[in-house]
Design a protein around this ligand. Structure first.
Ligand SMILES: [Zn+2]
Length: 171
């Protein structure tokens, strides 16, 4: 293949496009994970609490606290012991479950982005007080969400869900 001087390549236009990209916007939209609660909802120390019986976490928060998607994915509604539960089938291949919501704010089948509003926390289902139950599974195996939540609270890139421990966070 030969190139000629009259090929329609506009080098100055290309450079202009690169320089006009907003680095702040680019960084925000490329963040794959976000914290699941308003920053001030609970103290950082609450985020490493062990869960009863199996890997997960119960975060004590008042009913009506907004809950956000930890990562992008597709929503389904789950019930039973979860009450008004939301499951996000993550684009990263992991499954994220939010239990005991007072109300769901997204429809089943909806796609969500990291940090997107999912609903209000509550006390529905098998729950003895207002809290958010948060659970992560990879290939059906429950993982400890504590180190992921701590990293997100700190504004850091969280560990990959498949690298989270499968024990040591329950009693
Ligand atoms: Zn729980």
């Amino acid at each position: 293949m030969e190139y000629h001087n009259n090929d329609p390549v506009d080098a100055s236009g290309w450079t202009q496009t690169l320089l006009s990209a907003d680095p702040e916007t680019a960084r925000c939209t490329s963040d794959a994970y976000d914290y699941v609660l308003p920053r001030g909802a609970v103290a950082r120390a609450e985020l490493d609490d062990p869960h009863h019986d199996y890997p997960a976490i119960d975060i004590q928060i008042p009913t009506g606290t907004p809950v956000y998607a930890v990562t992008s994915g597709t929503v389904s509604h789950v019930g039973g012991g979860y009450g008004n539960g939301i499951q996000v089938n993550g684009a990263d291949g992991a499954t994220y479950i939010y239990g005991h919501l007072d109300s769901r704010g997204v429809a089943a089948g909806a796609t969500v982005s990291p940090g997107q509003y999912l609903g209000e926390s509550g006390n529905t289902g098998n729950s003895t007080g207002p809290h958010l139950h948060f659970e992560i599974r990879t290939d059906g195996v429950k993982r400890c969400p504590q180190t992921m939540l701590l990293a997100l609270y700190d504004g850091l890139t969280p560990p990959a869900p498949t690298s989270l421990p499968t024990s040591g966070c329950s009693y």
